[in-house]
Structure formats: structure tokens, C-alpha cells
Design a protein. Sequence first.
Length: 256
Amino acid sequence: MVEQIADIIDRVIDPSTRPKPESQPSLSFWRDFNEELKAAKTPEAKEAVWKRYAAEKANPKPNRRQRRGSTLDPVKYRPLTREQRARLSFLAEKFDAHTRDPGKHGGCLKRTGLQVLRILLFHFHNVHNGRCDPSLDTIAKAAGMARSTVAKALNRLEEAGIIERIRRVRFVRLNGRKRCVQWSNAYLLNVPYHFRKDEGDYANSAKSSESGKKPETTAADIKNQPPMHPDVAAALARLGNAMAARAERENEQMRQ
């Protein structure tokens, strides 16, 4: 009776020391390698491509697990006018002052939370399309803080309802392999929960403006303006006086 070849191999070669067949990379791996090798102009660049792909072939890295709740869908950003951004910054400071305990420096948002909010509002938020998606390292560099401090400040802003954080992922090709990698978060800015009953919701106002159902301004709305904060009224009065004084000086110079 003829023995099976597999049984003979099992008796002759120890299964623990038997060499396993080497898994070969996919066709896309070699296609990308060939394209990058052709694009390299100098011998040093070609050698760098060889080394990078050789290391990837020897030790292929597994795909990194994505955070729960991450999305591949495009983000619908929320545009804000300059007046809305200034009002949001003022309401955040007011909310922090209202939640401050006696004997402490800050309230729920703290100094770092207010600083990160100002960075998002006036440095990274696009007035025209509302795009605001800086990475944690970019925010930390602009605010002059540590990355961990920025992460805690964003958590406090999210708990207060000032920001809505959208986690994003995207597909990239790295050394011939298609990977789904974590991307920078997108941020939607809004009024704190505490003031939405009186100030309104920026999310609802954005939806109404997009649908074209924004109510028209009437004469009654112009006469019945909402009450202005005393500090804002005083600042506007000082600005008006300064502009009037400048105009008078320019008239005197023209007369002379």
C-alpha cells in the first residue's frame, strides 16, 4: 500500500520546524512600487524606495483599528458670520464666569478651554464655508499648549455644547497597500446649552438658511432690536466718538 506523501513528510520533517510558504504581496503592491521607482530621479531616491518597500514586504503592518463613531462621509460644515463668532466667544466667557466657584480661577471651561475656543473661532474657522478641522497638534502649536491639555479642553467644550466633534477616517495608499487611517476631527460650533433658549441654536439657523426659509426682516424687527449688552454699547459709543474726532481733525487739516 502506497503511503500518502503528506504522511511521509510528517514522519520525516518535524512540523514545528517545517518552513511555511511565504505569502506574497498583492499586485497593487508591485504596481505602486514600480510607479514610485520610475518617479525617482536620483540613485539615492531609488535606493530609498527599495528600502521602504523591502521593509514593508518583510514586516507588513496590520491596519490600525479605527475609533468607534468615525465616519467616511463628507462633513456638512456650519458657516458662522463674524458677529456670530464674536457672540459665541462672549457667551462662552459668560458661561465660564457663571459656573465659577468661589476661590477658584475659572469655571467649567477654564482658561485653556476659552483659549482653545478662540483658536478655533478666529484662527481655523472659515467664514465662507465654515470649515474647521485642525489636528490636535496644530491646535496645540497655535495655542502654545500641550497636546493632552488641548484634548481635555476640547472635552470640556463638547460637554458644554459649544463644539460638536465629528471623528473622520479616510483611505490612503501606503507602500502599495490600501489603508483606512484616522483623520483629523471636524468641529461644528454652536451656542452653549445654557443660552440656547434665549440666543437660539446655530444648527437650526443654518438649516433654515440652507432651505431658503429664512424669515424676512420687517420694520417692526428694525424698531424692536434685541437689548445690547452695556459693555458692547459703551465700546460702540467710544468707537463713534473716536471716528467723529478723527473726521474733525481731517477737516481742520484740509481747511489749513
